[in-house]
Design a protein around this ligand. Structure first.
Ligand code: 5RP
Length: 241
């Protein structure tokens, strides 16, 4: 993931051939500006697509109060571009939250957490009136479960939670970084679970969320998207849910 703030550039369309995934991300990041309520704070997610949005947001930074951020990485990028960042506890409601997804289905349910920020993402999404998902078309799926499901957990509960997923047909592994368990911004571990078909995202999220030791499950059904700006080869498609 590119973490260095870049000056905003319009995506250059190649003379022939489809837009690259990076160009699609730039397109949807820029398109999301139309949902930012001028004069207010905006909720900001995490990831390579959101980085494009943050770069675009910097071009209208004088028209907003600032942002509530969902990760240390996004906070650093926002501040580097001169966008004030507010603690979520200082803010009651946000009009809009802009974030990417690892998967999104036709009803706006998502899998998130590929960038390890799912817990803070769910917190900021929960205090926002509208979730606008920005994604390239590779993220659109019929049924959630193709992307390994991230679950943030208390370290001492990892073994049992992996066994609980095995009983559902899933294979869980602790996410590593440099050979060691990755530690999230909240000081916890992540389990990535493959082999699941999440036919009923709401019921799945409700069940897994109450397993002891689960901090956050990466299914976003209760905090699903109301809008998805999908980058496609023929431009940005708006899906309303
Ligand atoms: C981070 C997330 C991201 O939104 C998700 O991983 C998509 O990232 P990218 O835009 O880099 O594909 O949930 O925790």
């Amino acid at each position: 993931m590119n973490t260095t703030p870049q000056p905003l550039q319009a995506p250059s369309v190649p003379e022939s051939g489809p837009l690259t995934q990076d160009q699609l991300k730039t397109l949807v990041g820029q398109a999301a500006l139309q949902y930012v309520v001028r004069g207010e704070l905006v909720g900001v997610g995490t990831g390579s697509t959101v980085n494009k949005f943050i770069d675009a947001l910097a071009t209208i930074k004088d028209q907003i109060k600032g942002a509530v951020s969902s990760s240390v990485a996004s906070t650093e990028r926002l501040l580097a571009l001169g966008i004030p960042v507010f603690d979520s506890n200082e803010v009651e409601r946000l009009a809009v939250y802009i974030d990417g997804a690892d998967e999104i289905d036709g009803s706006g349910n998502m899998v998130k957490g590929g960038g390890a920020a799912l817990t803070r993402e769910k917190i900021v999404a929960a205090q926002s009136d509208k979730f606008v998902c920005i994604a390239d078309e590779s993220k659109l799926v019929q049924t959630l479960g193709k992307f390994p499901l991230p679950v943030e957990v208390i370290p001492m509960a990892c073994g049992r939670i992996i066994r609980q997923f095995a009983a559902l047909g899933g294979q869980g592994t602790i996410r590593l970084k440099d050979g060691q368990p990755l530690v999230t911004d909240n000081g916890q571990y992540l389990i990535d679970v493959t082999g699941l078909q999440i036919a009923d995202p709401r019921a799945f999220e409700a069940e897994v969320s109450q397993w002891p030791g689960v901090v956050t499950v990466g299914v976003f059904a209760f905090q699903r998207a109301q809008v998805c700006l999908l980058g496609t080869s023929s431009g940005v498609k708006t899906l309303n849910f």
